[in-house]
Design a protein around this ligand. Structure first.
Ligand SMILES: *Cc1c(COP(=O)(O)O)cnc(C)c1O
Length: 374
């Protein structure tokens, strides 16, 4: 018997994406920029906060690259980066010729540990090398320790790039993620909570940062009748076609968050009674979009047994992110660790979490996990 594939997180279109894309064709706004880009940026702004400024870009990775450059990161600088994350949080540090210094996680949110972060800052300063920026991540949609990280950032005057690629719709004390850091970034990659098939955005309370981002993202062209350039630029702007998809997706974002949270609630209800399984609860004042529902198993072996059993039924699940300080590509980078992210990586599994999952899909997944653990 063959089973239809159940994806970890697949695109889920609403009703109006095609309409906005068709409008772009009908008006020949196929070239970069145009009304869909403006409207998409406005929709994101309205959703996050009226105070923020938004630049729609070609990817979340590009947004991190621009954010770091705008905050002054350059050749030879050090940048503190959450180790427990997807590689796109760290790669742009390398694009700029800078050096990532990886910081391990704490247990309450699985994100960057404030104590280790401060220890690393003191240590690097005593070595004569004050870090230029902090990349903190709301992994799987769970906000990092907002107040603690902000306090450290302010005390040492080191700006924060808030990687909210996985956290559109998540909040802390009712305030939306991507508006806490000096610069926030979003991703609209294919498996994120909403998608433009590929895209990202830079978000900031500081309008100057948005202007700089757009300048750099459009080849850094000076104000002159001919093409004149005083800076190295990039081609990172979002196209008007893809922004049309984004406009439609922003109309359904609340439904998407609710559906992902409902998946998590169902897994929690059915599996949390099995004392071998751990979940990541929301601390007080935290609201996660539950982009991916994650569980911890008692051992690597049980984690793999479940993953392979699901795979046999054509169900995609995925180990939690492998920490950056354990990645071959970053093996020569400094790190400050406490064992947390390595433990999460060994025992953790992301379960199918799409907003378009069927109830019968969830029931099958839950029954397969129960079969192994009960
Ligand atoms: C997806 C993701 C990114 C990168 O976004 P892209 O749009 O795919 O370039 C960055 N950071 C994290 C944590 C992500 O999950």
């Amino acid at each position: 018997m063959t089973y239809d594939k159940i994806w970890l997180s697949s695109p889920h279109m609403g009703n109006n994406e095609e309409k906005y894309v068709k409008q772009a064709f009908d008006t020949n706004w196929v070239a970069p920029l145009g009304p869909n880009v403006d409207a998409f940026e406005m929709a994101i702004q309205k959703y996050i906060s009226n105070e923020v400024h938004v630049a729609a870009l070609s990817s979340g990775t590009g947004a991190i690259h621009l954010a770091l450059e705008i905050l002054g990161v350059g050749q030879g600088d050090e940048v503190l980066c959450q180790s427990f994350t997807f590689s796109a949080s760290a790669n742009p540090i390398k694009y700029l010729g800078a050096h990532p210094v990886f910081i391990d996680s704490e247990r309450d949110t699985w994100n960057i540990c404030p104590e280790l972060l401060e220890k690393a800052i003191k240590d690097r300063i005593s070595n004569g090398k004050k870090p230029k920026a902090i990349v903190a991540v709301h992994l799987y949609g769970m906000p990092y320790k907002i107040n603690e990280i902000r306090k450290i950032s302010e005390a040492y005057k080191i700006p924060v790039v808030e990687d909210s690629a996985e956290a559109l719709g998540s909040t802390f004390k009712g305030i939306k993620c991507s508006s806490f850091g000096d610069i926030g970034i979003l991703s609209f990659n294919g498996n994120k909570i909403i998608t433009t098939s590929g895209g990202g955005a830079l978000v900031s309370l500081n309008e100057v940062y948005k202007k700089k981002a757009i300048f750099l993202a459009t080849q850094a062209r000076d104000d002159a009748p001919h093409y004149q350039h005083s800076n190295v630029g990039y081609n990172y702007r979002m196209s008007n076609i893809l922004a049309g998809i984004g406009r439609g997706q922003m109309e359904v974002i609340d439904d998407r968050v609710a559906a992902r949270r409902a998946n998590y609630a169902m897994y929690y209800k059915e599996l949390s009674g099995i004392n071998k399984i751990e979940f990541l609860d929301e601390p007080k004042d935290y609201f996660s979009n539950r982009w991916l529902s994650c569980i911890l198993l008692p051992s690597y072996e049980l984690r793999e047994k479940i993953r392979l059993e699901l795979l046999a039924y054509n169900i995609e699940s995925r180990p939690l992110w492998k920490p950056m300080h354990l990645q071959p590509v970053f093996k020569n980078c400094l790190n400050y660790t406490n064992g947390t992210s390595e433990d999460l990586f060994m025992r953790g599994l992301c379960l199918p979490s799409g907003s378009n999952l069927k109830k019968s899909d969830l029931e099958l997944i839950i029954s397969l996990i129960k079969k192994i653990l009960l």
